[in-house]
Design a protein around this ligand. Structure first.
Ligand SMILES: [Zn+2]
Length: 428
């Protein structure tokens, strides 16, 4: 039976970098290739209904061993970040890591420094997987994919579970024996294009039809992300009046100048990402484009309290009014677009989602660490769409970078957490 490490190394070698500037879904052909591989492997594990749909999303269901237990879903994304190349990933395995900085062999200028990575020193003696320094690793989220595939193999009775429990072999009729771990139906979903914000656009929740979901897409093992920002996007369009500068007296309205005034009036000392932390929200201008006639500003609004997004929007409208007082001939349009909502709002409606995850973490001997993410996850969108979905850690570190690495023992623990979770949901 293939090990978790072999699986992981095989998956990271498929180039699945997501592409931002395209309307195609999925945004890159490698995601379809990995999806085809996973579908074939799920079928080999005995899941005849495993299929890749027209959008490249892979889905299957592990049949229940306990009748009437609720259905849960496990999610991981197949794409990797566009921030660094993933062409020709060469995983380097560091067994019994000595706790020292790691110089990457393909580019010795790239060094993973223990002091720079929170919690890295605690991984001394464990098996770390890095790249050679010329690509990212793609543990985000191939670690999640490999963890789920290994849990599927264990539940399908193909191998001893990592906890050492021997699951029952297949019976003659191809059905699993009753001695298999007790669990309800488990939906497996491998998604595309999470890294470019389209991770759940094509997920059919009617087909998933579960009481709750879990994304396997987090960092240090034991962490449980149960809260995210609520998020809106503001598009500020400033329209001025262009005319030859030689004839401009009393006539020109320069949209660039107005944009400058607008930005300078943003409350950056109290509401910017670079001046806030913990549970404080912010307004963050991240795109400015245009010319004398028209400028467009894109500003993200973030807060853990959804109602505060309206305050942020009000700040923008007040600034717009104040700029217009000095330039009455201009036009400033502030358009607010909804992005995602704090997953906690949905998780509170299905408390078992987090309770059972925390209990599963305790059962493998760890203390659950609840985390509020200053960002969003696929789970924020899924939760809002009606499927409460917290995020579980899989042992990925330094992601979106050539200094990315994964820890094998953390991934193994993550598999054990999934097996515990499956059983908790099947309890009477
Ligand atoms: Zn991810």
């Amino acid at each position: 039976m293939e090990t978790l490490l072999d699986r992981f190394c095989r998956y990271v070698k498929v180039e699945t970098t997501a592409v931002e500037q395209t309307d195609k879904y999925p945004s890159s052909p490698g995601q379809l290739e990995l999806g085809r591989m996973l579908t074939a492997e799920l079928r080999e594990l005995g899941l005849a209904d495993a299929a890749q749909d027209e959008n490249g999303i892979v889905m299957t269901t592990i049949p229940a061993t306990v009748p009437k237990a609720p259905t849960i879903a496990w999610f991981a994304h197949m794409d990797t970040s566009p921030e660094f190349t993933a062409k020709g990933v060469k995983p380097v395995i560091h067994r019994n890591w000595d706790g020292k900085d790691i110089t990457l062999p393909g580019d010795p200028s790239r060094i993973i420094r223990v002091a720079d990575v929170k919690g890295m020193a605690d991984l001394t003696g464990k098996t770390l997987i890095t790249t050679d320094g010329t690509t990212l690793l793609g543990a985000d989220d191939k670690a999640g994919v490999a963890v789920i595939m290994t849990a599927v193999a264990a539940l399908m009775g193909g191998q001893a579970s990592p906890a050492g429990q021997q699951a029952s072999p297949l019976t003659k009729g191809g059905q699993r024996g009753v001695a298999a771990l007790p669990h309800g139906p488990i939906r497996i979903v491998f998604t595309c294009d999470e890294e470019v914000g389209r991770g759940v656009d094509k997920v059919d929740l009617k087909k998933v039809n579960a009481v709750c979901g879990y994304t396997l897409d987090g960092e240090n093992i034991g962490e449980l992300d149960n809260e995210t920002f609520s998020a809106d996007l503001a598009v500020v369009t400033i329209t001025g009046k262009n005319i030859h500068p030689g004839l401009a007296t009393g006539k020109m309205i320069n949209a660039i100048r107005l944009a400058g005034q607008f930005i300078s009036r943003l409350p950056w000392r109290t509401r910017a990402p670079e001046t806030t932390s913990e549970r404080e929200g912010f307004l963050h201008p991240y795109v400015l484009e245009g010319g004398v006639h028209e400028c467009k500003l894109r500003i993200i609004l973030r807060s853990f309290i959804t109602a505060e997004l309206a305050d942020h929007a009000k700040v923008l409208r007040t600034i717009a009014d104040s700029v217009l007082v000095e330039h009455p001939g201009a036009k400033i349009d502030v358009e607010i677009k909804k992005q995602y909502r704090n997953m906690k709002e949905a998780l509170d409606k299905e408390p078992r989602a987090v309770e059972y995850a925390a209990e599963a973490i305790r059962r493998v001997g760890l203390t659950p660490k609840f985390q509020s993410i200053r960002g969003g996850t696929d789970g924020s969108r899924l939760s809002e769409m009606g499927l409460p979905t917290p995020n579980l850690a899989v042992g990925m570190h330094n992601f979106h970078s050539p200094l990315e690495f994964a820890c094998l023992e953390e991934m193994e623990t993550s598999v054990r957490i999934l097996l515990e979770l499956a059983q908790l949901w099947a309890q009477p």
